[in-house]
Ligand binder design. Structure first.
Ligand code: NDP
Length: 291
């Protein structure tokens, strides 16, 4: 059996549903409007923003990119966020991370109106998620949940090991997996975890969100495991025109033969993240315009 869990195909079905819903929304209203703030010229961030803008256009969501130089002060960035918060024509706001070192990302995230926080990173939205009353769920973890629902009939009682405890992936994903509607038994591992393999070997589901190529190897997982690879790592590759290729955190080729399901990189979690962001933006517009 082919264990490949095709994130592009699943994402396309999520996008198609969003496209339809946007179409009917925009019949008697302006299309949903997303404001994207991009600070500096970090090449990966610029490429993510281009991808989001293109994907938004494809489903009928209007997006405006507010580019600011690396040298922008924190106060000026907060002022921009405030302008977008009060602009009635803006439904959703997204500040592309990472931000330059002189800017405190928490201060910027907290400044976003939680009702427009389509990334779901505001403490209010993360808190709501934790207590099982989500408003906006961060796009990567919610995309992972959709992928898991595709791969497995029921997550109830499954042992899930999440490797990585960031605020944008690991922690919200652990919260989603342990909610009453998912009912997985969750272990969260990180850089201080003793004997990572002892944990992953016990798992029915392994999610790697670390940022280290091939951290998860075949000897670290059991037969029949479902593996979600969140990592996006650039490794040098002279055979590619751009000089690098993208790989995940998981040794895909070695694990696929023993896995029930496994996501590739690229083509796994990445497309889901964008699809879920578009869904959140539509939701923001519906809530904002009282629909
Ligand atoms: P962070 O750097 O914020 O977090 C990485 C986590 O991995 C930390 O909790 C860290 O532990 C843990 N870690 C580091 N080394 C080890 C190790 N040897 N063993 C176990 N745990 C370890 O990363 P993000 O969560 O932001 O992103 C993770 C990866 O996912 C990156 O490659 C990123 O590019 C990618 N990503 C992909 C997305 C997509 O759409 N596909 C979206 C978001 C991220 P500690 O807390 O102790 O430092």
């Amino acid at each position: 059996m082919d264990a490949r869990l095709d994130g592009r195909a699943v994402a396309e079905s999520v996008r198609a549903a969003t496209r339809q819903a946007v179409e009917s929304f925009a019949q008697d209203a302006a299309p949903p409007a997303l404001a994207v703030v991009l600070v500096g010229d970090h090449p990966a961030s610029a490429s993510y923003v281009r991808g989001k803008k293109k994907a938004a256009a494809e489903v009928g969501i209007e997006s405006t990119v507010h580019r600011r130089a690396d040298s922008i002060s924190q106060d000026d960035l907060l002022a921009l966020v405030d302008t977008l918060n009060t602009d009635d024509a803006v439904d959703g706001i997204l500040v592309q991370l990472p931000l330059p070192d002189h800017i405190d990302p928490h201060a910027v995230i907290e400044a976003i109106d939680p009702a427009k926080d389509v990334d779901g990173f505001h403490p209010q939205n993360l808190g709501r998620l934790l207590i099982g009353m989500p408003q906006f769920t961060p796009a990567t973890p919610s995309g992972i949940m959709v992928l898991l629902e595709h791969a497995l009939d029921d997550l109830s009682g499954q042992r899930a090991v999440v490797v990585g405890r960031s605020n944008i992936v690991g922690k919200p994903l652990a919260a989603l997996l342990m909610q009453r509607n998912a009912n997985a038994t969750v272990t969260v591992c990180h850089s201080r975890t003793r004997d990572l393999a002892a944990h992953t070997r016990e798992a029915d589901i392994v999610v790697a969100a670390v940022g280290r190529p091939k951290l998860i190897t075949a000897d670290m997982v059991r037969e029949g495991v479902t593996v979600i690879d969140v990592g996006i790592n650039r490794v040098d590759d002279e055979t590619r025109e751009r000089g690098y290729r993208l790989v995940g955190d998981v040794d895909y080729d070695a694990i696929a033969p023993k896995a029930h399901a496994i996501t590739p990189v690229p083509g796994g979690v990445g497309p889901m993240t964008i699809a879920m962001l578009l869904r959140n933006t539509l939701q923001a517009a519906q809530q904002h315009r009282g629909q």
